[in-house]
Design a protein around this ligand. Structure first.
Ligand SMILES: Cc1ncc(COP(=O)(O)O)c(C=O)c1O
Length: 346
């Protein structure tokens, strides 16, 4: 199967302008799960641009305090995407279990490295195939993008216990927590059981900083020792290191961000559920996903995009998700555009 083909993602406004004939400045872009409120990046000292970006112990310590782990369990990464691309290099078994719906870069990376992929649709399905197929590598996207489904720590522990029973320490449980900041429950990493657990975190989503490309890998020391070889000198730029450190310890801003995201999503999720009752709905902090039959959702997506509201349409085998990011200050306009489209179509 082809594996090098770039995956299509949300947020590609140049592509959307060409496809739907809309000017960039007219689009309201809800096609990503990036917060509409960005951590302020002003007043960066000139030296931060001039000096070589050696790994910052201060940032590691700040991140350890924010994520609640020890500072020797952290690798700084240029976005969690970079870690996803290199993750298969850590595996010692040629099989991997991936969620049927989920951020496609995981699938692309494992396919590229020649792994055999097993797609799972539920926790029970995952446990069954791990048992029968002897799969030592498992990826959980938690919460999942686009389905917004989230496994609790007890479920994750069940998966890891099974992997440990079957493979001792020679397994990999990758938990992609790129969207986890919005959830009240703590990261799985804090209750980790075994040495093969790797948690990915991102500054792109909750902090609205996707452009600076910064994330973290939280893992045991043996995995860190093996993985660090892929994180070469000066890989993350100085301004990104500087901003990340400031953002992760800015408790008042973090509290403000939680409350406005929560408020905006509560309102937005309820509104979408009321106005698109023919579909299934699920929200997590930074996006609301509408699930149903692919054709009608594609028509809705296209109609909205032509009318300047860009959502993200993801389909597989006749079913689809239409995912809406947070509208922020564009709430009223977005609601009007969806109302107009649904009157026209349904
Ligand atoms: C579930 C998930 N994980 C990871 C990423 C990569 O994010 P970043 O590289 O910005 O940390 C994305 C990007 O959309 C994502 O949706």
């Amino acid at each position: 199967m082809a594996s090098d083909k770039p995956t299509f993602h949300g947020g590609d406004l140049s592509w959307a302008c060409r496809k739907f004939g809309v000017a960039k400045s007219d689009f309201i872009d809800l096609s990503t799960g990036i917060s509409p409120w960005t951590y302020p990046c002003d007043a960066i000292p000139e030296a931060v641009f001039r000096q070589l970006p050696y790994n910052s112990q201060q940032l590691v310590d700040t991140a350890a305090a924010y994520y609640g782990c020890a500072n020797h369990e952290i690798i700084i990464s240029p976005g969690s995407q970079y870690a996803i691309e290199h993750m298969p290099q850590l595996s010692q078994n040629r099989k991997v279990a991936l969620p049927y719906w989920g951020y496609q870069e995981h699938r692309r990376a494992w396919l590229k490295s020649g792994h055999r992929i097993f797609s799972y649709r539920s926790l029970e399905h995952l446990l069954a195939i791990c048992n029968s197929e002897k799969i030592a590598n498992v990826v959980v996207i938690n919460p999942n993008n686009p389905s917004a489904v989230q496994l609790n720590n007890a479920a994750l522990r069940q998966i890891e216990t099974l992997l440990i029973q079957q493979f001792n320490h020679r397994y990999l449980l990758v938990i992609d927590e790129a969207f986890k900041d919005c959830q009240a429950e703590c990261s799985y990493f804090l209750s980790k059981l075994g040495p093969g657990c790797v948690v990915l975190r991102s500054l792109g989503k909750f902090f609205g900083l996707a452009g600076i490309r910064l994330g973290f890998v939280l893992c045991s020391e043996p995995i860190k020792a093996r993985f660090s070889g892929y994180f070469g000198l000066w890989l993350v730029n100085g301004p990104a290191l500087f901003i990340a450190e400031r953002a992760l310890r800015d408790k008042p801003w973090i509290a403000l961000q939680h409350s406005r995201i929560h408020q905006n999503m509560a309102q937005w999720g309820q509104w979408l559920t009321r106005h698109l009752p023919q579909y299934k709905h699920r929200s997590m902090g930074l996006f609301h996903s509408v699930f149903g039959e692919a054709n009608s959702l594609e028509i809705l997506y296209t109609t909205l995009a032509r009318n300047t509201l860009l959502a993200r349409y993801i389909q597989q085998e006749g079913f689809a998700y239409l995912r809406f990011g947070l509208p922020g200050e564009h709430y009223a306009r977005c609601a009007d555009l969806i109302e107009e489209a649904t009157h026209e179509l349904f």
